[in-house]
Write a protein that binds this ligand. Structure first.
Ligand code: PMP
Length: 425
C-alpha cells in the first residue's frame, strides 16, 4: 500500500473510497487538464464541479479579491448575496424567484424536504430506487443503496420507485413512471404518513441518464401535484447549462418545480449550494423555522458563484455543451458499430456515455467490463467513471470548456481500449 493510502486509512478511517485500482494523486489543474505528482497530464472527462474549468482565472480572481476585502455571514447587510440571487433567479421561470444559499447540495435537499413538510403538513417522500441526493440523516434515506444503519426512525417516510431505464423499460411518454409514483403516493397516504413530495434529478443522472423525450417527467409531476405534494427537482448535477438545450434540466422536462436544489458546479469548487423556490413556499418555511447557515451565502461564496455565471454566459458554454454532446453521440454510435459491447449510447449535452452489455439480445449488463475500461482509460491518461442502475454505463461529464480536440482524444483512446479489452476477453 502506498504511503498516502496508508495515511488516508490511518487518519480518515477505513472504507474512504478512491477512484481506480491505481488511485491518482493529483497536484494541479487547469481547464480540462489535471496533473499528478509525477508530472503526468490527464484529460478530465469526469468532474462537473470545476464547471468552467479547473482553477478558472476569473473565478480564482473573484474569490481572492473578495477574500482580501471582506468575508462574513449573512446577518450583516451585503450586496453580494442579493446581486447573486437576483442574477440566479433571472434564469428561472415565475414563481421561482427566492433562494436560500447553503454550503452543500445535501443541506439544500434537506431544506427542500422540510419545506415540503411545512407546506403539506405531511412527511412522505418519493424518490427513485437508483439515486443519490446527499448525506444528511434525512436525505440519506432517499438513496436505497445507502440507507443509514440507524436512521432516527425515518425510514417509513420514504418510498422508492423503479428508476427510468430507456434501454430496458418501455416508457416513451413517462406514463409508466407516473403510475409507479402514483402507487407510492397511494401507499404513503394509506400508511397514514401522507405524501409531501416527489424528488428527482430531471436528467436522472445518477440513474444512468436515460434517453427521454422533452416533457417526459410531466405525468409524474402532475401526479405529485394532484395529490397535493411538491415537486422537488435536484439540479445539483444537471444544472447550470450542462444539458445544453436549456440552462436548467427541468426546463427540458417541461415542468416548473416547487423547489429546485443546486450545488456542485455553482462555485466551481468553492463550497456554495442552495435552493430556489417561490415566495409563498419561502415565506411558509421562514415563518415556521428560523433557518441560518453560518457559511451559506457569504460574500466570498457569492463572488465565486457570480464569476461562474459570468464565465458561462460570456463564453456561451451552454451552446458548447449542446454542440459537444451531439458530436459525442455520433462518435459513440460509430464506436457501437465497431464494438459489440456497446449496447446503448446516451447523451444530454455535456454528459454522455455508453451502456456496456455482455449480449445485445439479452442486454445483460457488463459491469466488470465497464470497470476494466474505466481503469484502462485512467492508465492512458483519461479520467472518467461509470454509474447507472446496473453500474455498467460510462459516465462522461467533463468541465464545460471541453472542446472538439478533447473529444477526439477521448474517443480515439476509448476505441483503442475497447479493442484491447475485446482481445483480452
Ligand atoms: N444531489 C445530487 C444529484 C448529487 O449527485 C449529489 C452529490 N453527488 C448531492 C445531491 C449531494 O451534494 P453534496 O455532496 O454537495 O452534499
Amino acid at each position: 500500500m502506498s504511503d498516502l493510502m496508508k495515511r488516508r486509512r490511518d487518519l480518515l478511517g477505513p472504507n474512504v473510497s478512491t477512484f481506480y485500482d491505481d488511485p491518482v494523486h493529483l497536484v494541479r489543474g487547469e481547464g480540462v487538464w489535471l496533473w499528478d505528482a509525477a508530472g503526468r497530464r490527464y484529460l478530465d472527462c469526469y468532474n462537473n464541479v470545476p464547471h468552467v474549468g479547473h482553477c478558472n482565472p476569473r473565478v480564482v480572481d473573484a474569490i481572492a479579491a473578495q477574500a482580501r476585502t471582506l468575508n462574513t455571514h449573512t446577518r450583516y447587510l451585503h450586496e453580494g448575496i442579493l446581486d447573486y440571487v437576483e442574477r440566479l433567479t433571472a434564469t428561472f421561470a415565475d414563481p421561482l424567484k427566492t433562494a436560500i444559499l447553503t454550503c452543500s447540495g445535501s443541506e439544500a435537499n434537506d431544506i427542500a424536504l422540510r419545506m415540503a413538510e411545512a407546506m403539506t403538513g405531511k412527511r412522505g417522500i418519493v424518490a427513485t430506487d437508483a439515486t443519490y441526493h446527499g448525506n444528511t440523516t434525512l436525505v440519506s434515506h432517499l438513496s436505497r443503496s445507502n440507507i443509514p444503519e440507524v436512521g432516527f426512525g425515518l425510514a417509513g417516510c420514504f418510498r422508492h420507485v423503479e428508476a427510468p431505464d430507456s434501454y430496458r423499460i418501455e416508457d416513451p411518454d413517462g406514463q409508466r413512471f407516473a403510475a409507479r409514483v402514483q402507487e407510492a403516493i397511494d401507499d404513503l397516504e394509506a400508511s397514514g404518513t401522507g405524501f409531501a413530495a416527489l424528488v428527482v434529478c430531471p436528467l436522472f443522472l445518477n440513474e444512468g441518464f436515460p434517453t427521454q423525450a422533452e416533457g417526459w417527467l410531466r405525468p409524474a409531476a402532475e401526479a405529485a401535484r394532484r395529490a397535493g405534494g411538491l415537486l422537488i427537482c435536484d439540479e445539483v448535477q444537471s444544472g447550470f447549462g450542462r444539458c445544453g438545450s436549456h440552462f436548467w434540466a427541468h426546463q427540458k422536462q417541461g415542468v416548473v418545480p416547487d423547489v429546485v436544489t443546486l450545488g456542485k458546479p455553482m462555485g466551481n469548487g468553492h463550497p456554495v449550494a442552495g435552493l430556489v423556490t417561490s415566495p409563498e413556499i419561502m415565506a411558509r418555511f421562514r415563518t415556521a423555522f428560523r433557518y441560518f447557515n453560518t457559511f451559506g451565502g457569504n460574500p466570498v461564496s457569492c463572488a465565486a458563484a457570480m464569476a461562474v455565471l459570468d464565465e458561462l454566459q460570456s463564453k456561451d458554454l451552454q451552446a458548447n455543451a449542446r454542440h459537444i454532446g451531439l458530436l459525442a453521440q455520433d462518435r459513440l454510435r460509430a464506436l457501437a458499430a465497431k464494438h459489440e459491447v456497446i449496447g446503448d449510447v446516451r447523451q444530454a449535452g455535456m454528459v454522455f456515455g455508453a451502456e456496456f452489455v455482455l449480449d445485445r439480445a439479452t442486454k445483460a449488463p457488463a459491469a466488470d467490463l465497464a470497470d476494466r475500461v474505466v481503469n484502462a482509460m485512467r492508465l492512458r491518461g483519461i479520467l472518467l467513471s461509470k454509474l447507472g442502475r446496473h453500474k455498467n454505463t460510462l459516465k462522461i461529464r467533463p468541465p464545460m470548456p471541453f472542446d472538439e480536440s478533447h473529444l477526439d482524444l477521448l474517443m480515439t483512446t476509448l476505441d483503442i481500449v475497447l479493442t484491447e479489452t475485446a482481445v483480452q476477453g
